[in-house]
Ligand binder design. Sequence first.
Ligand code: NAD
Length: 258
Amino acid sequence: MGLLTGKTALVTGSTSGIGLGIAKCLAVEGANIVMNGFGDVDAAKAEIAATGVQVAYHGADMSKPAEIEAMMAFAAEKFGRVDVLVNNAGIQHVANIEDFPVERWDAVIAINLTSAFHATRLALPAMKAANWGRIINVSSAHGLVASAQKSAYVAAKHGLVGLTKVTALETATTGVTCNAICPGWVLTPLVQKQVDAKAAALGISNDEAKKLLLGEKEPSMQFTTPEELGGLAVFFCGPAGNNVRGVAWNMDGGWVAQ
Ligand code: NAD
């Protein structure tokens, strides 16, 4: 019997990278999983189903509030309610502020920040009624410190840390907790794009570009893995996490310790 047997976890953006890794760790603990995201849905679903739990998928575009409402209603209909909500879907765009496309700013804020507000407001009533719930917001080291050319992302991720604190305060006397995870570099498709851009811009190899990226920010010179982040999510869900409220926990190889 796992820590989360009989419970349901909804992980946004769980068809790839960190979301998929967290979903897998929650499934190993017995949670039924509602997946969301784009790309190779069948392969991602098969990875989760291999753990033996029930898996459902909803293709809501997290930039669209009506689709988020439909996804939350679908999860409630399928499994009764959402016990663990992981707000993970996210995108990146890199440009100086004066060149930042307005449409990209709006998309980054909608997907990385506003979607978490919508999913949280829709998940909370059932969690409060059951007096148990876990809301885990996947922020970033960029929720704690900034980098140039990432205005929308840094604003959204700092905003997500703020939303985490408010959610934790509004649930402080209940069995619902809300915390944020702040990863440093994780080698997912989102970061591989930045590695590729660096390799192309500087005419260097993929490995050299990875070392440069790590060297700029991450003293450990190691990528954090989705499985390590999943382990932290499991900790937040366990009994030792009962009174952990409103933290923004960095797993970043020393990035923000500098
Ligand atoms: P990824 O590109 O591998 O995965 C992103 C996921 O979000 C995918 O499942 C994708 O389909 C989904 N997604 C994107 N737009 C969506 C939309 N409009 N609606 C629904 N789903 C959508 O990226 P990742 O690195 O795994 O990133 C996951 C989260 O972790 C993001 O919030 C990201 O900001 C955060 N993060 C990543 C890193 C890193 O180094 N990779 C570091 C810190 C934080």
